[in-house]
Design a protein around this ligand. Structure first.
Ligand code: PLP
Length: 440
């Protein structure tokens, strides 16, 4: 959307809000809609082409406003999570529109989604073991439960272990920074031999450091055999699955119990909007449903979910509204184009780096991320990044790959264009030239 259009859209939105407030006393305090009303009138798929903002505002008035207060908040979330789930090619079982108990929920962050998964896995495992052996006590089981992920995981994954009081093992990834099935299997065996109980696995599709993809098709069967909850953290790279050409990287997704992608990361949705799907919503309800005094009059219908049982807080924001608007403004094609454009800009940057034989691109660029370094040792690369940061023209963050210091360049904004990439490379090259002169 161009700036002028955005201004017009913004003004129309403010007018609508002001009218709402001005006329609020004319409105009834409860909506007069039947459960499921919105799902019956809105399309079941995201539009392929971008839509006009005038049409969206109009639909907002005619379809969303009449359901204001809770029904519309729930139903638009169900609908948009079906749209997005279909768009990224998730198996049908994860979708609310399938015949099973799966569905999507919008969490505030990928960190929350990982923690929710951990708490559900814990509860499910405790219940299963107590059913198998009624003499066992919950307090005996809980300290023995173990979670697993790779040593490349995001810090939020480790934090979920801390918050959920579960030992989190960071298993060694292979030389390409991927967690392999055999490593996981061995870890399960080691722990079982010590009387511990494998409970939760977090597979990373797009690690923070190098955007590596764990071998999901190996990890999945190991989890299935051990009956261990498998959560997929695709916080950043999950958006790429909107493009069919990248879906091979999520081969094995059918083994997962939960999957999370941040729409607030690589999709142009403002923070916060983390899309999480589960294969069985009852697992969440059985974990988080605490029936108390004034809250116990609502029945659980998995098709119109009572989302307070799918998350940590009780109250919730109307996050699906922005997801709905973004998906309509861009259309599926526009969203796929964003991903493709940013990947091709990253490739362009990688080619510029490769053409300079003082530099190495390593590992291979993945999605919008290009990791590179000067061929000399780590110190010169540290100095290069420090000088660039001080100049405040380009901002990059370091990482490590095969125990070498790397500089990470990422294209992640819808505004980035070829000139920006070339400008950035020019800054890097000029700084490298200065460093070479210093050496002489
Ligand atoms: N997982 C991965 C792979 C990430 O890259 C990040 C953030 O960079 C997170 C999880 C945490 O995301 P959030 O800030 O939504 O909790």
């Amino acid at each position: 959307m161009e700036a002028q259009q955005f201004r017009e859209f913004g003004r129309a939105a403010v007018d609508l809000l002001a009218d709402y407030v001005e006329n609020i006393r004319d409105r009834e305090v409860l909506p007069s809609v039947e459960p499921g009303y919105l799902l019956d009138i809105l399309p079941q798929e995201a539009p392929e082409q971008p839509e006009e903002w005038q049409e969206i505002i109009n639909d907002f008035k005619e379809t969303v406003l009449p359901g204001m207060s809770s029904p519309v908040c729930t139903e638009l979330e169900v609908l948009t999570m079906n749209w997005l789930g279909k768009l990224i090619g998730l198996p049908e079982e994860f979708l609310n529109c399938s015949s099973g108990p799966g569905g999507g929920v919008i969490q505030g962050s990928a960190s929350e989604a990982t923690l929710v998964g951990l708490l559900v896995a814990k509860e499910k495992t405790v219940r299963k073991l107590m059913k198998l052996n009624p003499d066992l006590d919950e307090d005996e089981i809980k300290p023995k439960l173990v979670a697993y992920t790779s040593d490349q995981c995001n810090s939020s994954v480790e934090k979920a272990g801390l918050l959920g009081s579960m030992k989190m093992r960071l298993l060694k990834a292979d030389s390409n920074a991927r967690l392999r099935g055999e490593t996981l299997k061995q870890a399960f065996e080691e722990d079982r031999a010590q009387g511990l109980i494998p409970c939760y696995v977090i597979a990373n599709l797009g690690t923070t450091g190098t955007c590596a993809f764990d071998a999901l098709n190996e990890i999945g069967p190991v989890c299935k055999e051990a009956d261990v909850w498998l959560h997929i953290d695709a916080a950043y790279a999950g958006a790429a699955f909107m493009c069919p050409e990248y879906r091979h990287l999520m081969k094995g997704v059918e083994y997962a119990d939960s999957f999370d992608v941040n729409a607030h990361k690589w999709m142009p949705v403002s923070f916060d909007c983390s899309a999480m799907w589960v294969k069985n919503g009852y697992d969440l309800i059985n974990t988080f449903d605490v029936q108390r005094i004034y809250l116990d009059d609502v029945q659980t219908d998995i098709k119109i979910p009572d989302y307070r049982h799918w998350q940590m807080p009780l109250g919730r924001r109307f996050r699906s509204l922005k997801l709905w608007m973004v998906m309509r403004i861009y259309g599926a094609e526009g969203l796929r184009n964003l991903v493709r454009t940013q990947i091709s800009l990253a490739q362009h940057f990688a080619n510029l780096v490769r053409a300079d034989d003082r530099f190495l691109v390593e590992p291979e660029p993945s999605m919008g991320l290009v990791c590179f370094r000067l061929k000399d040792g780590d110190n010169i690369n540290k100095k290069l990044l420090k000088n660039l940061t001080n100049k405040k023209k380009v901002y990059m963050v370091a990482g490590s790959f095969r125990e070498r210091y790397i500089i990470r360049f990422v294209v992640c904004s819808r505004l980035t264009n070829k000139e920006d990439v070339e400008y950035s490379w020019n800054e890097i090259k000029t700084e490298a030239d200065l460093l070479s002169q210093e050496k002489i």
